[in-house]
Design a protein around this ligand. Structure first.
Ligand code: ADP
Ligand code: ZN
Length: 653
């Protein structure tokens, strides 16, 4: 007797499709080849039933082929995916296709190649200090059940060693362990730190792997009951079968949130998976996200504090430079330059941190006083000196510097503000005998460049690092004695409600790079606002006290973590369409504990000739928020297909 199957497809529709299955033993989670319209597609079986109500007018089609004997989606992953689809208001089919690897998305049987475990013979023994031991013991007591453990430990307190210890003792028996890191550049370093203490080699999972490598890791997760995976956010969707521990390192990091297409947060999904596997999840950070602090306060998470640095080095000495008095030359104030000189004379290493990529590296016409903007999307253009071009970081439109003639008759363009490249040039001019390395995504985009960079940093070859966010993420560079934060003001006066939270994390994390080994380090922060309340708070009393005040501000305006919010974003080539549709949506009947702000122009208002507007929908109750968004989504499904929209739950930008 044939059966019927409900199949999820990789299409942006909230719907499953039913087919007749004449093959033996179809299983939930297996891939099938099916007719869809006039094309053939790969689908994933999510339900099997014996009979179907086929009294309707349509004729049920048959599946062409059953592609897997062993399902690619495990029952637990299907459960997580269903939760995820509902929570993020994203189609189940697209959630499931996001979890499988590129090879599995093709409509063919998959290769027989298998991952082979390499044995490492002699793990080093790991001696923990008392603070670390206490945490390990306490987590160990609850190692076989679901609980969120939060390790709030100052930078350099040795959180990684705690994770390694937990992982290595679990891996002595059959167990799978997942370690998430926020950035791909952190994987090599994390792998080598873990593998010292393990008997098996960790598997890496991130976007630099080839399709085949990804496929092998995915197969291993499904088939091997003993392994450890270290990966970036996408690893949270691997088809584990025997997961006993998840670690999310630097949990506050924004990189866990995917901002394109499927807008999930891997930290939050890891908690759902831990619940499904009934295993612990360990979150770690020196600067917990405000969401996590809230969950600690309401006792949802169990908190452990590490107050001391492992190597007993003191926290750095912080100096503030008032840039309205000590005016910077190409980003560098006199105080900073002098300190750099004295540290370099002692053969010490320096980090100079600059806000965003090419931040403020705008070009002004000194004739007509206008700032050069992208002709396609109206974003301020960024000047890149090495290629003599203006590049739009929004749509990547680029133009030769001397060919810009849009502003007036006699354009005379001068770059304003500082970007990484200008600081790099200045530093090279000031210290011609020192090795300077710029680290930003323009400079380091491939695996090879990254490897070179990590090697040269580890080998003490670089004297001065100049860079963006990339620098601060967890790298353990030796010998850094001075960190200069070129300009903190953009963060202090950001329009984003998370601006202050991020700035507090940044100052703490960047400072944590200074003097990690023996001697006390120095941090110099340049600002126009040396009396800023919260800046002083964080410097004098630390991140935790700062966060208490900043959290109160959040509470007073009813923003996360004191409410749940979602963004509805609509864009169209007509400037008026998105706004008028959103104005309709705002009028929808809603529970009185649901609030709506907007419509207002989106952060990136114009992109590739389309205009976007958004509203923010929020509520203290996630359930009510979700219900209201479901109503909105039904309406959106009925509008003109030329109008683009998306929903972003728990937005991070
Ligand atoms: P965190 O991740 O908390 O910022 P790290 O894990 O980078 O801190 O630890 C700081 C330094 O201390 C690292 O160089 C690390 O190798 C070292 N360390 C921490 N714990 C131990 C330990 N138990 N044994 C040996 N070295 C340790
Ligand atoms: Zn542009």
């Amino acid at each position: 007797m044939h059966k019927f199957v409900s199949v999820a497809l990789d299409v942006p529709i909230n719907k499953l499709f039913d087919y007749k299955c004449t093959f033996d033993n179809p299983e939930v989670g297996a891939r099938v080849k099916v007719p869809f319209g006039r094309s053939t597609r790969v689908g994933i079986i999510v339900k099997i039933f014996q009979n179907i109500d086929n009294s309707g007018s349509y004729k049920i089609k048959e599946i062409y082929d059953l592609l897997d004997d062993i399902p690619v989606i495990t029952p637990e992953l299907l459960k997580t995916s269903k939760w995820t689809a509902k929570y993020y208001h994203y189609p189940l089919g697209q959630v499931l296709f996001n979890s499988i690897t590129p090879i599995q998305r093709k409509n063919q049987a998959t290769p027989k190649k298998k991952y082979e475990q390499e044995k490492i013979l002699k793990p080093e023994s790991l001696m923990l200090n008392d603070e670390q031991l206490k945490v390990v013991k306490s987590i160990d007591k609850n190692i076989n059940k679901y609980q969120v453990h939060f390790i709030h430990g100052v930078t350099g307190s040795g959180k990684t060693e705690i994770y390694s210890h937990l992982a290595s003792s679990l891996l002595k028996d059959n167990a799978q362990v997942l370690i998430l890191v926020p950035e791909i550049n952190l994987t090599p370093q994390t792998v080598s730190r873990f593998q010292k203490y393990l008997t098996i080699k960790p598997l890496e999972y991130h976007s630099h792997l080839t399709s085949l490598q990804k496929y092998k890791v995915s197969q291993a997760c499904r088939d091997e009951s003993q392994l450890i995976v270290i990966g970036t956010r996408s690893a949270v969707f691997l088809p584990f079968k025997n997961l006993k521990l998840i670690v999310v390192d630097e949990e506050h990091d924004q990189s866990y949130k995917q901002n394109e297409k499927f807008k999930y947060n891997a930290r939050d999904i890891s908690i759902v998976r831990a619940k499904n596997f009934n295993c612990p999840v360990v979150l770690g950070s020196a600067t917990p996200s405000f969401e996590s602090l809230h969950n600690i306060n309401i006792k949802k998470y169990k908190q452990y504090k590490l107050l001391n640095r492992f190597h007993k080095s003191k926290m750095p000495l912080i100096t503030i430079v008032d840039t309205s008095v000590d005016k910077p030359d190409e980003g560098l104030s006199k105080v900073l330059k002098d300190k750099m000189k004295s540290e370099l004379d002692k053969n010490k290493k320096i980090i100079l941190f600059i806000g965003r990529r090419g931040f403020s590296n705008t070009v002004l016409c000194s004739e007509c006083k206008t700032i050069v903007k992208c002709p396609k999307c109206n974003t301020i253009m960024t000047y890149h000196k090495n290629v003599e071009r203006l590049i739009c970081h929004q749509c990547e439109f680029s133009q030769k510097f001397d060919s810009v003639k849009t502003c007036c008759d006699k354009p005379s363009l001068v770059p304003l503000g500082v970007g990484t490249q200008r600081v790099e040039n200045k530093v090279k001019e000031l210290f011609p005998n020192k090795n300077v390395l710029r680290i930003d995504s323009d400079n380091i985009s491939s695996k090879k460049e990254l490897k070179n960079f990590i090697e040269s940093a580890a080998n003490n070859k670089i004297d001065i690092f100049v860079g963006t966010q990339m620098i601060v993420k967890g790298h353990d560079f030796p010998n850094i004695s001075l960190v200069g934060i070129i300009n903190i003001d953009a963060g202090l006066y950001s329009t984003d409600f998370r601006g202050l939270e991020k700035t507090g994390q940044l100052i703490t994390q960047v400072s944590g790079r200074a003097g990690r080994q023996k001697s006390q380090g120095n941090v110099i922060i340049q600002t126009n606002n040396p009396k800023h309340n919260l800046l002083l708070k964080i410097l004098k009393e630390g991140y935790e006290e700062f966060s208490k005040v900043a959290l109160k501000e959040r509470e007073s305006v009813n923003l996360p973590p004191y409410s749940h919010i979602g963004i509805i974003n609509i864009s169209a080539t007509s400037k008026y369409k998105p706004k008028s549709i959103l104005s309709e949506i705002v009028k929808f009947k809603k529970n009185k504990s649901v609030f709506v702000y907007g419509p207002s122009p989106a952060e990136t208002f114009k992109k590739n000739n389309a205009y976007s507007y958004q509203i923010i929908v929020g509520s203290k109750s996630h359930k009510l928020l979700s219900e209201h968004i479901t109503r909105i989504k039904l309406y959106l499904a009925s509008i003109d297909s030329k109008i683009k929209w998306y929903i972003d739950i728990d937005p991070a930008q």
